[in-house]
Design a protein. Structure first.
Length: 296
């Protein structure tokens, strides 16, 4: 297996931080994505290489193994177990009747990396590498359950994204990772959701928060006010003498609860009082009269 320098693939140093790896991957993925370069085999291969590099380096544990074992990083646990076993066998050789030697250790590496058949035709099976992918979505997209096609290593995977997924949440799709070794099972595909919010609502768990401007007259006298929710407008009744910063709760008007159909969080509205400006002569007189009444 030829050595692939994942750091060079992403154009970063071996000392790169997690944020630098993420930034480099996003930049190159956008540049070489098949949707941006249709029917371009060179860009497609580059996109695959960039995705593979990110799958390894964005995972702290995998990155540590890669730095130590290079192209054999995904067999790190097995290598270390065999090294420990070999050390125990070496100690056992000093005991009478011990029948161990270097054969068991070499058999392991032959079965894993090639170099001849292992004794007794034994083969060690290894599970395939897990693939890691990031799917960027807007907050409005995850308000409803929908389907999305994700391209991973040149393969299109159709998945259903449940309403209510959260930023940073991960889901696992079994059997869509790397091929197993010596007939071992395939790895999994782990998808991380990166959700951007370009709305006027702030999301906290399943609840939403918004600020609504309230004119002075409605605040003082009360009245009806149309406000936006995530799925349309509703009419609120404003109580007379409502103070600035007053909060009201709209039950069930928040965000969908993940994998709980028909359940929603709440929407919290905060009133922001707007004082009138550019007053006319008559308006000023009325306010002056009101001020005098309040002084009595």
């Amino acid at each position: 297996m030829a050595f692939i320098d994942y750091y060079k693939t992403l154009g970063i140093a071996k000392t790169a931080t997690e944020a630098e790896i993420k930034k480099a991957y996003r930049k190159m993925a956008r540049k070489y994505h098949p949707d941006v370069n249709p029917n371009d085999k060179a860009s497609e291969e580059k996109f695959k290489a960039v995705s593979e590099a990110n799958e390894v380096l964005s995972n702290a544990e995998n990155r540590k193994k890669y730095d130590k074992y290079g192209e054999n990083w995904k067999h790190a646990d097995d290598i270390e177990r065999q090294q420990q076993q070999y050390a125990r066998q070496q100690q056992s050789r000093q005991q009478p009747g011990a029948g161990y030697g270097d054969e068991g250790y070499s058999d392991f590496f032959e079965s894993m990396f090639g170099g001849g058949p292992s004794r007794g035709n034994r083969s060690v099976k290894f599970r395939g590498q897990d693939y890691n992918a990031e799917l960027q979505l807007d907050l409005r997209e995850v308000y409803i359950t929908h389907k999305r096609t994700l391209t991973v290593n040149g393969k299109n995977i159709r998945l259903t994204i449940p309403a209510g997924v959260k930023d940073g949440q991960q889901i696992k799709i079994p059997g869509h990772g790397g091929e197993g070794i010596n007939g071992g099972p395939k790895g999994d595909l782990v998808i991380r959701f990166a959700i951007t919010n370009n709305t006027d609502f702030k999301r906290d768990g399943d609840n939403l928060y918004a600020t609504v401007k309230l004119d002075l007259y409605t605040a003082m006298l009360g009245g009806d006010l149309m406000v936006n929710t995530f799925d349309g407008k509703v009419k609120l009744t404003v109580q007379p003498e409502t103070a600035n910063g007053t909060k009201v709760k709209l039950k069930g008007k928040g965000f969908p609860v993940y994998k709980h159909d028909g359940q929603f969080g709440d929407l919290y509205i905060t009133y922001e009082l707007q004082t009138p400006t550019n007053l006319g002569t008559k308006e000023k007189q009325l306010f002056e009269e009101l001020a005098k009444l309040r002084q009595v």
